[in-house]
Write a protein that binds this ligand. Structure first.
Ligand code: KIV
Ligand code: ZN
Length: 400
């Protein structure tokens, strides 16, 4: 088990860490992530992203939807050949889709069919009976090919529980290995989703996987609570990209499980920052500054009390159980309107000055005035303020 970042576990951190035994990570950046409006990955993008995911030890990489196009088929086949992770291809409960996924050489085929009445009627244009029949046929087709099979009752959180039990028992008898629970429109809450996981476990022998969308900002909490309730695996995407508001974010789910629940997922978390940057660039979806774990501000501090605390001991105003080093990022102390003297002293000393207390106070005043006009404080500005205040520069080492 990974040793968490700080030595004291008081308050809600003082927990026995027995809520989760084990957690596997299924990454769907290249499939649901690519369904982000206005996003598409080309062959090389998929290859590069898959290589990083694979190197970090992600358990399953859902590489795409092979029946979608010749290019997608080739990209999925390439990822399946080039990676050690279990690769997965998506398929509707349609014979030709399943065939394309099997032909792409994936280790797992993920078949899905709507099970909520609204989607059965107005999306699939089918009946409940037809959905059961087609689901069973698709699961059998994959199982007969000797490939691992995952089944998703799509829109499971709006599905009639009795009908869900019927579907699950039918696909169980057909040889399903995994049942994925998609909160397709993101309406679950953690406790309701946990109840659903427990209910589903009563109706299948398959292993359970969860797939949570973020329409109400609940995706990570729902996914983690699904694991606490007994799911074996969570589907996630890097930076949380995906349909509409996206999916549970890989970085959030992994770090919560590792740092808050004390469970080693087996993922090399130090690759998270690089992975996040790559996906943001390839997807054309920038990471918001305040995004948990990977946002520019996740380990940045400006206000006087926070910056002073962090300069003395970073655990004062950071979680402690999650550090920038753990995700391959760096901490920064930012100069701005809320800056205090400790941060200014640190910046001046790093720039090669040895200021007196009065000089630090004088530069701090200049920094605040400058930033109050909504201007950023750059290194050049700092040198200018230091010169104005008349600070001697003792060291030859000057930060760029
Ligand atoms: O959100 C969803 O329902 C999906 C399925 C294909 C699993 O992405
Ligand atoms: Zn989805």
């Amino acid at each position: 088990m990974r040793v968490r970042g700080n030595g004291f576990f008081q308050g809600t951190l003082a927990h026995n860490n027995d809520e989760i035994d084990d957690a596997r990570i299924f990454d769907t950046t290249l499939r649901d992530g690519e369904q982000t409006p206005r996003t598409s990955f080309d062959y090389d993008d998929k290859r590069e992203i898959a290589a990083l995911l694979d190197g970090m030890g992600v358990h399953v990489i859902e590489a795409g939807f092979p029946a979608n196009s010749e290019a997608e088929f080739e990209a999925v086949r390439d990822v399946a050949e080039a990676t050690d992770a279990t690769t997965c291809g998506l398929a509707r409960v349609v014979e030709s889709d399943v065939e394309a996924a099997i032909d792409a050489g994936v280790d797992m085929v993920h078949v899905f069919a709507s099970t909520s009445d609204i989607q059965i009627e107005d999306s699939m244009h089918a009946t409940r009976e037809e959905v059961v029949e087609r689901s069973v046929a698709a699961v059998e087709q994959v199982a007969d090919a000797g490939v691992e099979v995952m089944y998703s009752p799509m829109d499971v959180t709006r599905t009639d529980p009795e009908y869900l039990a019927e579907v699950l028992e039918a696909v169980d008898a057909a040889g399903v290995d995994w049942v994925n629970l998609p909160d397709t429109v993101g309406i679950a809450t953690p406790s309701r989703f946990a109840d659903l996981v427990r209910y589903v476990k009563e109706h299948t022998d398959a292993r359970i996987d969860v797939h949570c969308h973020d329409d109400f900002g609940m995706a990570t909490a729902n996914a983690v609570e699904g694991i606490v309730a007994g799911a074996d695996q969570a589907q996630v995407s890097v930076n949380g990209i995906g349909e509409r508001a996206g999916n549970a974010a890989l970085e959030e789910v992994v770090m919560a499980i590792e740092s808050l629940y004390g469970v080693d997922t087996g993922i090399d978390t130090t690759g998270i920052a690089e992975l996040s940057e790559l996906v943001a660039e390839k997807a054309g979806v920038p990471v918001p500054d305040n995004k948990p774990v990977v946002g520019k501000n996740a380990f940045s501090h400006e206000s006087g009390i926070h910056a002073a605390g962090v300069i003395e001991n970073s655990e004062t105003f950071e979680p402690g159980v999650m550090t920038p080093e753990m995700i391959g990022a760096e901490r920064s102390i930012v100069l701005g309107k809320h800056t205090g003297t400790n941060a200014v002293r640190q910046h001046l000393e790093e720039a090669g000055y040895e200021p007196t207390d009065d000089e630090v106070v004088a530069v701090t005043k200049r920094v605040k005035e400058h930033a109050a006009g909504k201007r950023r404080v750059t290194t050049d500005d700092l040198h200018e303020f230091a010169a104005d205040v008349g600070i001697e520069r003792e060291s030859a080492e000057v930060r760029a």
